[in-house]
Write a protein that binds this ligand. Structure first.
Ligand SMILES: N[C@@H](CCC(=O)N[C@@H](CSC=O)C(=O)NCC(=O)O)C(=O)O
Length: 287
């Protein structure tokens, strides 16, 4: 495991919350990611399911591991959890830290094609190829490569949806908290897609969950979407879950939209329902 450096390790709910760093070939910089090893991983004689968790705008690998309380449920179900960072770090592209919704901590889980972003901003390939393979190789004694799911929040919820829809079969289960569902129709999405892909909107649809689901042709999939009713970004029409639900219904892809009365966009919402999401993933990954 010499390509990984251990940054931290803390015991929690009988397992270990770890953070590693490594040199990413896709992003051309050093990256951190989190890894939760549940107690069932001890001894290394059982292969366990894995869930990738993709965070939202302004986050690093730290937000989910310190705020959601997911470790209790990962330990109960015996699930390994991997959490990448949200963009390349330290690559210093002019303008990369001028706004909180583009550039640093706002990689949108796409592969940029427009200069100057296209050299480093390759978060789709980083998550779905490089990190996906690294986890299987470095933790081959405990990872079951046939049982991998994905979830995320907001920008990361959309990342989870497009990672699944663009790579049929790669993730067996998918869920999202307050995801951006139709970025080509919302302000965050149009800013990011213009910046990373350019003005040609025919390229944007390849990275939009609502558009992708209409063409999905992979293994059967049920989407679980969790949305707080007073989430300001939902009310501001950044997220548009109803558009995704309508698209799913038009093509017969099962979707569950849970509208949670009184919850906002924060990790208080995620912490309240993360257990339900682990139950949902476990039912599929452990079937
Ligand atoms: N600009 C604000 C709000 C940023 C914010 O709400 N970020 C969310 C994700 S939004 C969509 O991707 C988040 O997860 N924040 C981290 C947290 O721990 O809550 C700001 O900069 O605070």
């Amino acid at each position: 495991m010499d390509q990984l450096s251990l940054v931290s390790s803390n015991k929690i709910f009988g397992g270990y919350q770890k953070v590693y760093s490594h040199q990413s070939s896709e992003l051309k910089c050093k990256m951190n990611f989190s890894l939760y090893l549940p107690p069932q991983a001890e001894g290394g004689d059982v292969k366990l399911p894995v869930i990738f968790y993709l965070s939202g705008l302004t986050c690093s690998e730290q937000n989910f591991i310190t705020k959601s309380g997911f470790q209790r449920y990962a330990a109960d179900h015996g699930i390994i959890v991997v959490g990448p960072d949200t963009s390349p770090r330290g690559v210093k592209i002019p303008g990369d830290d001028e706004s909180w919704d583009f550039g640093v901590a706002a990689g949108f889980y796409v592969d940029a094609t427009k200069e100057p972003w296209s050299t480093n901003y390759r978060m789709a390939s980083y998550v779905n190829k490089e990190l996906y393979e690294l986890i299987q190789q470095a933790f081959s004694n405990v990872v079951d490569p046939e049982r991998i799911g994905i979830m995320g929040h907001s920008m990361g919820g959309h990342g989870a949806l497009i990672s699944t829809l663009r790579n049929p079969g790669l993730y067996k289960s998918v869920s999202a908290f307050a995801p951006i569902c139709n970025p080509i129709q919302g302000p965050w999405g149009t800013k990011a897609l213009t910046g990373y892909l350019g003005d040609d909107k025919s390229k944007w649809v390849e990275w939009d969950a609502t558009e992708l689901v209409k063409k999905y042709d992979g293994p059967p999939l049920t989407l679980l979407i969790d949305q707080g009713s007073i989430d300001q970004f939902y009310l501001d029409k950044q997220l548009l879950p109803e558009n995704l639900v309508e698209a799913c219904r038009s093509v017969g892809v099962p979707v569950i939209l849970k509208l949670r009365e009184g919850y906002d966009h924060s990790y208080y919402h995620i912490a309240s329902y993360i257990g339900e999401h682990f139950d949902f993933h476990a039912k599929i990954l452990k079937a």
